[in-house]
Design a protein around this ligand. Structure first.
Ligand code: GLU
Length: 505
């Protein structure tokens, strides 16, 4: 069998460390079998997809030393490799299913769907669609069409039996068909859903093995049913263990730094991060931990992939990075590597204007600017309690900061300034005496330094986000219950009642 693997990231945010992890295993598997590895951009979510995120996917993969044989930037025989440019393939496939009676037009309105959800949940169901338009007569369909009602196209999922597949890592997986909804394939704007586009593309691009994260395993029965409906042979599926934080919970943007760039910006060597990621859920024979990409490609055996989650232990990553530093960066190259990382001319050109009038001697430079280069700031409780603010209150304000910056998508100087002002209003706390000291503490680990907003911009989104999360964790974290409450009040943009320990002005 010709081995062809792929990764299919959606460009809806900065590249997640999990994308690099999946890319590596797909690359390793393909290379081990002398096959090809493809990159496909799944940008069917028109509102959230951005070209700049696509570019950062390319960049972060290249930084990690991963290359692909076919993709939007390098082309290939199955192009386009960008789903937004392939809509006619999905429409054709879907209308073929419709004509064959394996799919149907569903005219249910959003209001009806909502009602169905509520009723089904009340009855202890999963809140899915009740298949009311599955067997409409020709006349009924015509009447709906003539009334101009929009429709989606759904798959006619068998009403009984099981969907079975053999996962190359987890073995036999069977799901009762009654657990699978009549999934939407084509939306009312004739854009495909993830399921349709993913299956059509994997088929047309002749993907032999779909190696993806465990979080997709619940979609696989739907995909298998689609392959069956089309009469296509499904690829082999292999679901890799989830990346977990050291708390044993799924690595998530809400708690952990997950942007691939965070690791680059914090000064990790790409070859060390690559080695570390291949240890996630995989073990070499003899439990060897330091090895090259070629070594793992040579000896790779999918049977050695673990079934349960893989702990992303940053201490281990630090250790591996140190091994690479000692063994593969020569002492005479060390300074040029450090300079290239954080002391390069481009960075210094941005930093010098902030420093120029603030140092008495060159010797003051490090003292003023240490926080740009330090990975672990030394936080103290006092730093986070301006005007007697409690740790818990400070952490809620900082969580609000993440939401505010994400909502505006402006992790830059103007974005922080606007967010700081809005936090002061939303939480009803003093801008200058509470918000500003909190931000200094979070980003600089001190209450004084170069100009805050400019420094934030230079620090960059990836490190800045990690610092906010670190500060929240330092302050004791936010329980799920508190987080829910905070979310509710945040949605109303009135969190005044959450801050009780200080006099508000
Ligand atoms: N677009 C999905 C993602 O963002 C692809 C999942 C898959 O590999 O099928 O990861």
């Amino acid at each position: 069998m010709k081995v062809r693997t792929r990764i299919a990231p959606s460009p809806t945010g900065h590249p997640h460390i999990g994308t690099l992890y999946m890319a590596l295993f797909n690359l390793i598997f393909a290379r081990h079998h002398g096959g090809q590895f493809l990159l496909r951009i799944e940008d069917t979510d028109q509102t959230r997809s951005r070209r700049e995120y696509e570019t950062s996917i390319f960049e972060s993969l290249k930084w990690l030393g991963i290359s692909w044989d076919e993709g939007p930037d390098v082309g290939g025989p199955c192009g386009s490799y960008r789903q937004s440019e392939r809509t006619e393939f999905y429409q054709k496939a879907c209308f073929d299913l419709l004509r064959a009676g394996k799919a149907y037009k569903c005219f249910t309105t959003p209001e009806e769907l909502n009602e169905m959800r509520i009723i089904s949940q009340k009855m202890g169901g999963r809140g899915g669609y009740d298949r009311r338009h599955r067997n409409l007569s020709e006349e009924e369909i015509k009447a709906f069409e003539e009334s101009g009602r929009p429709y989606v196209i759904r798959l006619k999922v068998p009403l009984s039996g099981e969907v079975v597949f053999h996962d190359a890592i987890k073995g036999r997986i069977a799901t009762p068909c009654s657990d699978v909804d009549d999934q939407v394939l084509l939306k009312s704007d004739l854009f495909p859903t993830y399921h349709l586009a993913n299956v059509v593309d994997d088929h047309l691009m002749e993907i032999s093995h779909v190696i993806r994260g465990d979080e997709w395993i619940s979609s696989t029965p739907k995909h298998i049913l689609l392959y069956e409906a089309f009469g296509w042979t499904p690829p082999v599926f292999a679901h890799m263990p989830l990346l977990l934080g050291i708390d044993g919970k799924k690595l998530s943007k809400r708690r952990n730094p997950t942007s691939a760039y965070y690791y680059r910006d914090s000064g990790y060597l790409p070859e060390a991060l690559r080695n570390f990621l291949t240890l996630m859920g995989y073990s070499m024979t003899g439990d060897k931990e330091i090895y090259t990409l070629d070594e793992i490609i040579e000896s790779f055996d999918i049977k050695r992939v673990g079934v349960s989650g893989a702990v992303f232990d940053v201490k281990k990553l630090d250790w591996i990075n140190q091994q690479y530093l000692i063994n593969s960066v020569k002492v005479e190259d060390l300074w040029s590597r450090i300079r290239e990382w954080g002391f390069n001319d481009e960075f210094m050109a941005k930093l010098m204007p902030l420093v120029h009038t603030r140092i008495k001697t060159f010797g003051d430079f490090i003292d003023l600017c240490d926080f740009f280069f330090i990975n672990h700031l030394k936080y103290t409780e006092a730093l986070f309690s301006p005007r007697g603010l409690k740790a818990e209150e400070a952490s809620q304000i900082l969580q609000g900061l993440i939401w505010s910056l994400d909502e505006s998508e402006q992790w830059n100087k103007t974005g922080l300034e606007a967010s700081a002002k809005s936090l002061s209003e939303v939480f009803g706390v003093h801008f200058k005496h509470v918000i500003i000291p909190l931000l200094f503490a979070t980003f600089m680990g001190k209450h004084q330094g170069p100009p805050l907003f400019d420094s934030f911009e230079i620090l960059g989104e990836h490190k800045a986000r990690a610092r906010i999360l670190k500060a929240i964790e330092f302050l004791g974290g936010i329980s799920n219950k508190k987080m829910e409450k905070l979310q509710e009040t945040w949605a109303k943009k009135n969190c005044n009642s959450l801050i009780t320990s200080i006099i508000k002005t």
